[in-house]
Design a protein around this ligand. Structure first.
Ligand SMILES: Cc1cc2nc3c(=O)[nH]c(=O)nc-3n(C[C@H](O)[C@H](O)[C@H](O)COP(=O)(O)OP(=O)(O)OC[C@H]3O[C@@H](n4cnc5c(N)ncnc54)[C@H](O)[C@@H]3O)c2cc1C
Length: 827
């Protein structure tokens, strides 16, 4: 008994020392003391195997505490091993890795995130000017948009919309005021994009491109004074329509392998230095209407005219699209959408070197420039538009589910429909929570590369799920297209959001975790850089520091994770004033320890193979995402004033988020290719099995009921989107009808009861409301109310039909599909 108790105490001591990152000499002393106590008569009485092991470890730790011994016995061999196994980081990867800033991303990998750092981020703050822009021109723009006209009748964003966008500065939201733009914060841009997205995915695409990569931000950040003075005011006013061309037929996700080439050369007529360009790009948004082409290409200087060597690297230039030799204007037809998108190409097109963004000084800096801007852009454009989409799907669907009746009930009251509704509630609350926090990070100057990647794929995936759920709840009403269909445009555009700015599979499996770990792990990148140092001695010295800290970090996470998983997270420290969210913070803290431990084991064990073990890295990206998004959910709950009515939604998001986190980590461990690591991880993370379950049916029921029955909760869940109240607008009709349906609920019930009882018959050709009034089942005024509701509901559930002639394809002609620069040469 005494021995068992002693072993328990030793285990507790090991956990305590590990979690506190005790120095080696403290370990040695503690283990020696433990060995001496073990040998006491009252415990074991002799050394035995356990005592021998304690002494062995005590001596080993004592020796390792001596720097020279530690270096020879541990650091040097580890350094040699690591040189061979850790991933090599290429130049383009280094630029991508160093492009973003390290903020909360790093906390998530630390095992002990300081949630207060996230809570301290300001909630949504807009200047009065920004608020006025959101309430004024943005609202008016949304009102002007007729989705059917855009995506079908015109298959073009109409000129009045373009004019409105230009006149009001929508194309220059990120351009500074000094250069004629609106100079809006990232938070304001995000809200504006989300609102327009809730109205028209086509129009928001036109707004997003000039306010993301291209190329206003590149000019603002890296342009020469002349480029800034000339182009920025023109872009801000819309005198120039820009596009940014990176992607080509052979270089999609792997954009850095582009075959587009520039050769530094002298002009034919004068001696001025320029670049002779040949390129072939596709999928370029705004391309067909662009007046200014931002072009990325590889630059070579075979005659060393610039004196910087031959291979200068990826470079970005600004080319007016009317420049001789530029081929632009044809269109792709992406998912049948109306925003302009098309190829462009050119062969041996000569441009002055001054057209490089930033001029001659910035040749070869294109990849770094792109990565730096992408880290911020990816955190705003797609997360904002996808979140706008998720919220609008919930707004429309919750109204429809309350209005549409089958089997005598609003379909939203049926358990089967509650499931997608609850999912949509969770997606809307969580996506908006994470969007707001991430935009606030960018507003204060951060470029969170890992968080922006996870936000891009998580929000667009949640959007995809919400669109599918919206379709399921609407049934045939969503499927039949026409002017009254308010879901089709979102459905069509989902694949675009999934694919652009890093297709989701790549973003999930490669960028978020595999590259994210390199960037955000506290020691890994320093170790790799040390291993790649051209001076081996300096490298080993740097490695020594990083590796020693890494071991303490790993032990701390292993012991911490084991302890918290054994104790159910009950002893995890929670932030001050967590109140009723303390339970979730405890579980988040527990999960963060497990994540850091598994992430660390994965990068150390798999090394360079991590890039190919994408099923592992994809699941780790999912686990990381759940940690971040749940932390944002808790922050939103705080920022919103801890509303009672939102408690169930937070509970739903927490239960499901933790469950998905667990399943992601379990997937990693179950499929981990190295057996001993797999066993250890399982013992540490799941010592008592899987603790989390998905949210209960009862919780899902309450969340769905909230969005159907509590208008203020529905408003809050769908805040910042455009809401029409015009009965002539298909979404406005939903709003108007919903209010009337709710108001007529009592009268409806009376009528339904009478119909079920057979007192009233509801068939075509019968005035059943008139009969109900005549028989005194409903009063005169109730009858009028029911007539109005009946007429409105008939319009809400109606779908469009067409004369067959009207359905002939509105894009005639044969598509052209050939190798462009070859055909240009032949012309
Ligand atoms: C409508 C639209 C608008 C666009 N606008 C622009 C624009 O304005 N400017 C511009 O330059 N580009 C633009 N693009 C291009 C867009 O960025 C690319 O489509 C995207 O990068 C993916 O390239 P790809 O389509 O060639 O797919 P591919 O690269 O062929 O990828 C195919 C699949 O393989 C996956 N994959 C690829 N590599 C990996 C990997 N290492 N690990 C795991 N999975 C991987 C991808 O995730 C994807 O699922 C646009 C594209 C579309 C469709």
């Amino acid at each position: 008994m005494a021995e068992l108790l002693f072993c328990g105490l030793v285990l507790a001591g090991v956990i305590a020392l590990g979690m506190r990152k005790a120095p080696l000499w403290v370990w040695a002393a503690a283990l020696a003391a433990a060995a001496l106590v073990w040998q006491q008569e009252s415990v074991h009485g002799s050394m035995g195997l356990f005592g021998f092991l304690l002494w062995l470890f005590a001596i080993a730790f004592a020796l390792l505490a001596v720097p020279a011994i530690r270096r020879a016995a541990l650091i040097a061999p580890a350094f040699k091993f690591v040189k061979g196994t850790l991933p090599k980081v290429s130049d383009t990867e280094t630029q991508a890795l160093e492009a973003g800033t390290l903020g909360f991303d790093a906390e998530l990998f630390s095992g002990t995130p300081d949630w207060d750092k996230l809570r301290a981020i300001a909630p949504i703050v807009l200047t009065p000017e920004e608020q006025a822009f959101l309430d004024g021109p943005t609202e008016e723009l949304c009102r002007m948009i007729d989705d059917w006209q855009v995506r079908h009748a015109d298959r073009e964003v109409p000129q009045p919309i373009w004019d409105f966008l230009k006149t009001n500065g929508f194309l220059g939201m990120l351009i500074s005021k000094q250069h004629g733009g609106l100079g809006l914060s990232a938070q304001a841009q995000s809200l504006i994009i989300g609102k327009i997205a809730s109205r028209s995915p086509d129009v928001v695409t036109i707004v997003m491109v000039p306010n993301s990569l291209g190329p206003g931000e590149l000019i603002e950040k890296y342009g020469t004074e002349h480029q800034k003075e000339y182009y920025l005011p023109r872009l801000a006013r819309g005198d120039e329509v820009p596009c940014f061309a990176l992607t080509g037929p052979t270089s999609g996700s792997d954009a850095a392998t582009m075959r587009d080439i520039g050769i530094v050369a002298r002009g034919e007529h004068d001696d001025a230095v320029g670049i002779r360009l040949s390129w072939d790009k596709r999928y370029i948004t705004l391309g067909p209407q662009a007046t200014l082409l931002g072009l990325a290409f590889r630059l070579f200087d075979p005659d060393n005219i610039l004196g910087k060597g031959e291979n200068l690297g990826i470079t970005v230039a600004l080319i007016p699209t009317n420049h001789p030799g530029v081929r632009i204007g044809r269109r792709h037809l992406p998912s049948g959408a109306a925003f302009p998108n098309g190829p462009n190409w050119g062969k041996d097109v000569f441009i002055p070197i001054e057209w490089v963004i930033g001029g001659e000084a910035m040749v070869g800096q294109g990849w770094r420039m792109l990565m730096e801007c992408l880290a911020a852009g990816r955190a705003i454009s797609l997360p904002s538009s996808a979140t706008g989409g998720v919220k609008s799907m919930l707004r429309f669907t919750s109204a429809y589910a309350r209005i549409r009746k089958q089997f005598g009930l609003p379909v939203g009251r049926m358990e089967g429909i509650e499931e997608p509704l609850a999912r949509m509630v969770e997606a809307a609350y969580a996506s908006e929570a994470a969007r707001a926090v991430t935009a606030a990070m960018v507003s204060r100057g951060e470029r969170p590369s890992v968080i922006s990647a996870l936000m891009k794929y998580q929000t667009t995936e949640r959007m995809r799920r919400s669109v599918n759920d919206a379709f399921d709840v609407h049934g045939g009403r969503a499927i039949c297209d026409g002017p009254s269909n308010y879901l089709q445009s979102a459905y069509q555009m989902v694949p675009v959001g999934i694919t652009v700015e890093g297709a989701n599979i790549l973003t999930r499996t490669l960028i978020t975790f595999a590259q994210g770990a390199l960037r955000s792990h506290p020691y890994l990148y320093s170790e790799i850089k040390a291993a790649q140092d051209s001076d081996p001695e300096r490298g080993e010295q740097a490695f020594n520091t990083a590796f020693s800290d890494h071991i303490a970090f790993a032990v701390s996470n292993a012991t911490g994770a084991f302890f918290h998983n054994l104790t159910g997270g009950s002893l995890v420290a929670v932030p001050d004033q967590a109140f009723d969210t303390a339970q979730y913070y405890r579980q988040l803290g527990r999960a963060a320890r497990s994540f850091a431990f598994v992430a660390d084991m994965t990068v150390v064990t798999l090394g360079g193979a991590l890039k190919t073990k994408q099923k592992i890295s994809g699941r780790l990206a999912d686990a990381l995402s759940e940690l971040y998004i749940l932390a944002c959910v808790l922050k939103r709950f705080d920022d919103d004033g801890r509303l009672m009515s939102d408690q169930d939604i937070v509970a739903l998001a927490a239960a499901n988020g933790l469950y998905r986190f667990q399943e992601a980590l379990r997937g990693v461990i179950d499929n981990f290719p190295v057996a001993p690591a797999r066993w250890l991880m399982r013992a540490v993370v799941f010592p008592l099995g899987s603790p989390y379950r998905p949210a209960s049916d009862a919780l899902g029921h309450r969340a769905a009921k909230l969005v159907l029955d509590a208008p203020e909760v529905r408003d809050r869940l769908t805040r910042h989107i455009y809401v029409s109240n015009e009965p002539g607008d298909p979404t406005g009709l939903l709003e108007v009808t919903l209010k009337k349906v709710v108001a007529a609920e009592a009268a409806e019930k009376k009528l339904e009861r009478a119909i079920r009882a057979g007192t009233i018959r509801r068939y075509h050709g019968i005035d059943w409301i008139g009969e109900a009034m005549a028989k005194g089942i409903v009063s005169e005024s109730e009858g009028q109310q029911l007539r109005e509701v009946d007429a409105l509901v008939a319009r809400v559930i109606a779908v469009d039909d067409f004369d067959p002639a009207e359905l002939r394809p509105n894009y005639a002609g044969v598509g052209h599909n050939s190798r462009r620069i070859d055909s240009a040469a032949a012309e």
